[in-house]
Design a protein around this ligand. Structure first.
Ligand SMILES: NC(=O)c1ccc[n+]([C@@H]2O[C@H](COP(=O)([O-])OP(=O)(O)OC[C@H]3O[C@@H](n4cnc5c(N)ncnc54)[C@H](O)[C@@H]3O)[C@@H](O)[C@H]2O)c1
Ligand SMILES: O=C(O)C(=O)C[C@]1(C(=O)O)C=C[C@@H](O)C=C1
Length: 306
């Protein structure tokens, strides 16, 4: 692979920025990677482990001369960071982000982006429950989606270059409108996280009654819930506060379905439960047969290829 950006600035040095730095290095996509983080401790760790080529103290310093600037901080912090870097951006540079919510980031960052600088929001659909400068790994984006959310009229060359970067970091790229993105992610990521947080909270309440049995005997399904519920509290607080409308919409639909199932259980209507579970099983099998679950065993894709 060849260098796509001579200098990349990463603002925030956690899971996503760290993984980007390692993935860019793997394919030699950046001439130089400069990074900064809010806390001195994070900057010290990043420097110690050599996460980026150069760690600097401020975001203003990091973006100087950068061809690509990536905001990789919690969604609620994006606007303040954009205001800080705005006067220091190089004309012709691209500013992007990796926030889990798009409309709120566009509204917070967009007004600060000077004329002559391209703003192309992005969201890699990849992550773990870990955070901080030691949590990144080069393979995080391999075979995952990255959604780009360029505004109408964005420079196609700047968009193509960012697309090439994400593809070279291992992702498949698609473009999406911001509001649609936020609704889709509310269904596939945000509300599922809220449910996991809630379920683990419920189990913890019960644990007090049953003296640790709930956690001790938890099997695979619940363990996945506890993994998800270990995700970063700041990041997820910001996701729910900034994707409020879509989250509440999907949560409303979710509780309606839940009440319907609750009623079927209370009234002993097994056929309703059976039909519902048959339908959801068909959805899962359809996903695997379409080869869209990259974590699933290979038989789905093999079958499709035959
Ligand atoms: N973790 C995931 O699964 C995941 C996946 C895709 C996108 N994202 C998005 O990527 C972004 C970064 O997430 P992450 O998982 O890398 O987080 P992280 O906690 O690992 O890293 C966040 C970084 O932002 C810095 N930071 C925190 N608050 C700040 C503030 N107020 N001002 C300036 N800097 C601040 C931290 O010091 C840290 O360097 C978030 O917007 C998140 O929504 C996360
Ligand atoms: O696998 C996980 O730990 C994740 O939660 C990753 C996940 C997701 O919900 O899929 C979380 C938030 C993102 O913005 C993108 C990806």
């Amino acid at each position: 692979m060849s260098v796509l950006y001579d200098r990349v600035a990463l603002i925030g040095l956690g899971l996503i920025a760290g993984s980007m730095a390692l993935a860019m290095r793997r394919a030699q996509l950046a001439g130089e990677i400069v990074g900064t983080a809010r806390s001195a401790e994070t900057r010290a760790v990043a420097a110690e482990i050599g996460l980026v080529d150069r760690v600097v103290d401020t975001a203003a310093e990091a973006v100087q001369g950068a061809d690509l600037v990536v905001l990789a901080v919690p969604v609620g912090a994006m606007g303040a960071v954009a205001a800080e870097i705005a006067p220091h951006l190089k004309p012709g540079a691209t500013v992007s982000d990796v926030g889990s919510v798009k409309r709120a980031v566009i509204d917070a960052v967009g007004p600060h982006v000077p004329e002559g600088v391209h703003f192309i929001p992005a969201h890699p659909l990849a992550g773990t429950e870990h955070s901080g400068p030691r949590s990144g790994f080069a393979e995080l984006f391999d075979n995952r989606w990255c959604l780009l959310v360029p505004a109408e009229g964005s420079d196609p060359k700047a968009v193509d270059r960012l697309r090439a970067l994400w593809e070279a970091m291992g992702a498949s790229v698609e473009e999406m409108d911001a509001d649609h993105h936020d609704l889709v992610l509310a269904v596939t990521s945000h509300v599922p996280h809220l449910i996991a947080y809630t379920m683990v909270g419920v189990a913890d309440d019960l644990r007090r009654v049953t003296d640790s049995e709930v956690i001790k005997y938890s099997a695979a399904g619940f363990r996945d819930f506890t993994r998800i519920a270990a995700s970063d509290p700041t990041m997820w607080r910001d996701v729910f506060l900034t994707n409020k409308d879509a989250t509440l919409d999907i949560l409303g639909r979710f509780t309606e379905e839940l009440f319907a199932l609750q009623r079927a259980i209370r009234t002993g209507q097994g056929d309703i439960l059976f039909d519902y579970f048959t339908h959801t099983r068909a959805i899962r099998r359809g996903i695997i047969q379409a080869g869209q679950d990259t974590d699933a065993p290979d038989f789905g894709r093999a079958k499709k290829a035959n």
